[in-house]
Design a protein around this ligand. Sequence first.
Ligand code: ATP
Length: 433
Amino acid sequence: MSPTLLAFGLAVLAWVLVVGDLMRRHRPTWHWYLAGYPATACRVVFTWRKVAMLNDLAVSKRPPRGLLGDVVVKGDPLRPVAPRISFPRATRMGLTVLVRLHAGQTPATYLKAADALVHAWQVHAVRVTSPERGLVLLTATASDPLARPGLATAPTALLSALIGALESGGAWVMDLRLVPHWLITGATRSGKSTLLARLITQLAPQPVALVGIDCKGGMELGLFTGRLSALATCRREAVAILSALVIDMQDRMAACRSAGVRSIWELPDKLRPVPVVVIIDEIAELYLSDGTRESKAEAEQCSTLLLRLAQLGAALGLHLVVAGQRVGSDLGPGVTALRAQLGGRICHRVNDPGTAEMTLGDLNKDAVAVAQSITASEQGVAVCTGPDGGWSRARSHLTTTEEAVTTARKHAAMAPELPALDRALAALEGDSK
Ligand SMILES: Nc1ncnc2c1ncn2[C@@H]1O[C@H](COP(=O)(O)OP(=O)(O)OP(=O)(O)O)[C@@H](O)[C@H]1O
């Protein structure tokens, strides 16, 4: 090889590794394609064999036991071969590598090695999926796309809300027609109320009744009073509202039965009752009791009513969005049963592993670990489940208090009247006088 060619080759390599690395750290997308990607791709290709060996991804073609005379000898055979990989393919946020599994390997081995890959490739995260039997797809993201998420867009649809951006750069959408009930958890200041505010501002312009249950004295959901069809600010009011909703649910059932349909969506437009979304901020307030008989009875009533709504409400246009700092079976016997009915899950930063496990553990174990790694500075970042059963990191769009109040005022006239709920709240006032 001529010295000029060699010098040119070395210069290109140096540019890719040094400049590329700098740009990768502070990149907009074009920098990533231009420089960050070549540097990371080189790192993937050149480190693959070593990383595979150190993380037990490489397998020797020789058997781990052999005959020495009449003696069977066991041990690690020499020269393990790293699995074959495709050339790293650039994506907007990072790169992907397809790995062909050795016979006998499963994606679980690669899941365990994901952390090692993050360090070896110097990227923000590596996700492991298996798009096809025998193949594993390693998706590396160069830097955290949720640090400054772009404004994602999504088509508008009834009962569908654009919440924010997914780690993949796509839109984070909560579609209540697809997933009727949701559980949202997160420690204090993790972004739950902001997410609820975003949900309400998205649903506010739609022909949907919004009912708030905020037993923290209505401090969070009180901002939306104008657009809410009813608001409960203490557990007594919550019981009244939930009881009225259960009666309304029975009326809806009767309407479906007499029309010979199985859900309100099959009813003709004129007969279809308005969909209702019940938003609960701080579920613990509904379940905790101070030990008195009255308080215990109230908590049990709440638990039963919520469970009934969750079990039967989906087809009848009654949806639950339940948020809480901590969700565990210690809150009450009904909590685990309710959780099973809340198919959509969103887990912000949590203080105890139990809450992350309770929110995501029954759906996906890897998601629990990722939720636990969310830091206090990542407000609004959460792990959310998708309609396909998968999960993703995501960040809600920041909805300011002013924005929330303005939207609620603007669409106040759209709030459908729910006379049964008004009557139930008025009866309570009458009783207390
Ligand atoms: N998506 C987001 N992007 C940026 N900042 C956010 C986002 N969501 C929330 N924050 C910031 O985090 C702060 C706390 O959020 P929020 O009040 O929603 O937390 P919370 O979980 O409801 O807390 P608490 O349980 O104490 O009410 C907000 O004031 C806001 O500044």
